[in-house]
Structures are given as structure tokens and as C-alpha cells.
Design a protein around this ligand. Structure first.
Ligand SMILES: [Zn+2]
Length: 209
């Protein structure tokens, strides 16, 4: 019923998480009939982020590419020199980092793995950025060495397996490895945990050694 180009846009919106075909259609009709200016702004913003937003070279969070720094992207957290450089929080995904930031319970720096160990989904240890993490813990780029690595992966089978694997890998570096306390429901997502629960889980972290 929609013109092909509008239908194409419906299909693209429908690929987004939690957006079904009906919602996608509602978005497109709204933009085309009521908000043409928003449609143009959205198009320009999407084109604008292509190539200018990249994973932070230090932690994997999203960062804007800095043309003055030779095109390297360093995120706002890594650029903040007021944070506690002795504690590094390891998370699975950028969404998890954002939830922890919202909780306000953590003031160190982060390291985003990008994925958890998952034998079922075929993600093995060689697919995790372990060497980069080790280098970060040892201290490089003029950053002080990390004395505590707080593993904040989800309390799921994959999250626990990843935490144990990291503890084994990092022990030899002489750093303390801790794990967020339970409280985040088992099998739950860090991303969807409420800030208070997440704050308690961080405050009540325990050693993994
Ligand atoms: Zn960063």
C-alpha cells in the first residue's frame, strides 16, 4: 500500500530492536505526513554518524573521531582525567557500560569486550580482545597500571564463564580480579538492571581469586 521507497524505510525501521512491522509503519507515516523536517534531520544525522562515530581506541565505548588526533577516537570517559585509574571495569557491551554509568556507583575506567564467551554461539576465547585487555591492565599509553579489574559481565552462563576465564588470564599480571555481587537477577542483563541494584552489586563486589 505504501510507495516502494516508503516501504523500504518501514523494513529498515523494523530491523531495530523492539520495533515490529506495525510500529515501523507508524514511524514512517508519522515522518512523511506530520514531520517532514524531522525526516530530513534524521536522514542527515544518520549520514553524519557514518565514519565519525567509532569504538574508542582505549576502551571500546562509542567515541567521536577526532580529526586533530590523527583520526583516533577517544571517548568522553577515557578523556576524563578525574576518574580512578586503578580500577578497570570489564563489560560485555556498550549498553552495559551505559547502565553502570547511570548507576553512578563506579568512577574508574572501562573495557568493553564486545562479546561474551559463548560456546553455544561459537564465540571462543580467541575472539575476545584479551591481549588488548592485558595491555590495558599492565599500563600503556601513559596510563597507570590497573590494580583491580572489576568484571561486570551479566550473571548468565556466558557471563560467568567469561568472568572465570578473565580471572585466570589476569591473575598472572598480579592484579586483583573482582566480580559484581549477586543482586542482578541470574540470567538477567546488566543493561536492564535498575541503577540501585547495579550500585549495590558494584559496592558488594567480591574477589575472584
Ligand atoms: Zn574510551
Amino acid at each position: 500500500m505504501l510507495p516502494p521507497k516508503a516501504q523500504e524505510l518501514v523494513q529498515l525501521f523494523a530491523r531495530l530492536p523492539s520495533v515490529g512491522e506495525k510500529t515501523a509503519q507508524r514511524f514512517v507515516l508519522f515522518l512523511l505526513t506530520r514531520e517532514p523536517a524531522t525526516a530530513r534531520a534524521l536522514g542527515a544525522a544518520l549520514l553524519g554518524i557514518a565514519g565519525t562515530i567509532q569504538p574508542c581506541v582505549r576502551c571500546g565505548n562509542l567515541a567521536e573521531v577526532d580529526a586533530t588526533a590523527g583520526g583516533a577516537a577517544l571517548c568522553a570517559i577515557c578523556r576524563d582525567s578525574q576518574r580512578d585509574a586503578s580500577v578497570l571495569c570489564v563489560v560485555g557491551r556498550v549498553q552495559d557500560l551505559m547502565s553502570i554509568e547511570r548507576s553512578g556507583a563506579f568512577r574508574g575506567y572501562y573495557f568493553v569486550l564486545g562479546s561474551l564467551l559463548s560456546p553455544l554461539e561459537g564465540v571462543g576465547a580467541d575472539q575476545l580482545p584479551i591481549e588488548e585487555l592485558k595491555q590495558r591492565v599492565r599500563g600503556s599509553h601513559g596510563i597507570a597500571a590497573v590494580t583491580e579489574v572489576l568484571v561486570a559481565t551479566a550473571p548468565s552462563v556466558d557471563g560467568e564463564a567469561t568472568a572465570l576465564f578473565l580471572a585466570g588470564e589476569l591473575r598472572a599480571l598480579g592484579t586483583r580480579v573482582t566480580r559484581i555481587a549477586s543482586g542482578v537477577p541470574h540470567g538477567g542483563d546488566i543493561e536492564f538492571a535498575d541503577p540501585v541494584t547495579l550500585g549495590r552489586a558494584i559496592a558488594g563486589r567480591r574477589g575472584l581469586d
